[in-house]
Design a protein around this ligand. Sequence first.
Ligand SMILES: [Fe+2]
Length: 334
Amino acid sequence: MKRRDFMKSTLGTALGAGLSAVPMALAASSRPTMIESEDLNSRASLKDEYDLHFVAIGDWGRNGADHQVQVAQQMGKWTANHPNDFIISTGDNFYPSGVISEHDPLWHYSFENVYTDFSLQWDWYPILGNHDYKSDPDAQVRYSAISRRWKMPARYYSKTFKLREQGEVLMAFIDTNPLIPEFYKNSEYGPHVAGQQPEKQLAWLDKLLTDSSAQWKIVVGHHPIYTAGPRTENYDTLAVRKVLEPILQKHEIPVYLSGHEHSMQHLKVSDKSFQQFISGSGSEVTPVKKGLAYSRFEASSYGFMYFAINKTQLSVQCIDHEGSVVYQTIVPKK
Ligand SMILES: [Fe+2]
């Protein structure tokens, strides 16, 4: 029970238990207000027509180098001036090779000491990228017990968020690394994907999406299903597409969000139900291809994405390392 509800029910119980003898005028004048500290915070006035807001950043941990700091600063400014509920990391959280433990100094150099703004102290929901699999992926799960803001209960997990009036947004945070058969033979990834049972994760995802009655169902994974970057026909893109696309199609998922390509992209294959967004330029950038039929936007720009959702539509904005909105679009609710 939330504290505010608890206070209301306690007051109701006390009145019902004998305080009804207090004169009504006195009771009215002494009735406590129900102000919480968040009601007094200036952030409370940052409201718009959307119910849920989040930032998505990917492929970032470089000890601040390669524009990581500049992007972090713009994220801080943006979230200080716009409503924001949480932050998603689309993976490759630590370059070059993940973290060795929950005490690895990279937590300080690449995360805590970079995303320092107060407006970035809200919940982070991270997933794992391939670079995170070069050391101990479970160390990033264990860090959740050390950090208040790092919320990664398992290598894959789900979270449901309430919309303001009614309805919910279901977010499935998946681990695409074990879905790539080549990883099992790779000397760096192999030891950490061993025993991961990809079919079990896919069955979990299918059941999660079947059982949920949420108005919006969004899947977040590190590897893209399509890309206008260098990996258009790469083995990892093709492997993830093969197993994930049928599930997204079956459940008519409207949005798949990924990282991995170091750019910002908005893609829509004409005969597929889902739109794909790639937010993978939290530090370094790599080239993009122009003119692909399924690409609506592609930019080799450092930056992050900002999402806002209500029951009728989802808004997406791409913001670069100088704070400029370089692209925006709306995904209507089907
Ligand atoms: Fe990656």
